[in-house]
Design a protein around this ligand. Structure first.
Ligand SMILES: [Cu+2]
Length: 162
């Protein structure tokens, strides 16, 4: 009987110790960091929006494999390439992130496309976005909406021919 109590106490102590270790682990710096995120403001009636950011990978090689946002029906990873003066976009399944790499999602290049916006993206508002990585898991970011029409004319033209 006495021996059983001791065992239980030991278990409890071990549990506290493990909980402490778990906390230390959670406080460690994440291997993936999202910085300088922004979304382009969209005029009324436009179905899609684009999000840009920098992804810093301080850990081992990883991949961005998906995204989602409550602001849109879907979120896709797109790459862009210029050919004969036209910017063409296509959906990619994954964006590789080498060890120690810094990858920039920028107008005219790779971006996260918000497909089927619930409402126009208004400058000054914020969009919640969750990026899904194969290794690092899910990372949520708050993305400020910025009015920046000029640099992305080609990109928007591709989506919304007028
Ligand atoms: Cu796109």
């Amino acid at each position: 009987m006495r021996r059983m109590i001791v065992t239980n106490l030991t278990r409890a102590a071990l549990g506290v110790l493990l909980a402490g270790l778990a906390c230390v682990g959670a406080a460690a710096e994440p291997s993936i960091q999202i910085v300088d995120a922004w979304a382009r403001a969209t005029p009324p009636g436009v179905a899609n929006g684009a999000v840009y950011c920098k992804i810093l990978n301080r850990g081992s090689p990883d991949r961005l494999v998906g995204a989602r946002s409550p602001a849109a029906q879907g979120a896709e990873i797109h790459s862009s390439a210029s050919a004969n003066g036209l910017v063409e976009m296509r959906r990619i399944e994954a964006l590789p992130l080498g060890a120690g790499a810094s990858v920039e999602l920028a107008p005219g290049g790779t971006h996260v496309m918000l497909v089927g916006l619930a409402a126009p993206l208004t400058a000054g508002a914020k969009v919640e976005l969750t990026l899904v990585f194969a290794g690092a898991g899910e990372i949520a970011v708050e993305v400020p909406v910025v009015d920046a029409r000029a640099p992305a004319a080609a990109h928007e033209h591709e989506h919304h021919a007028q």
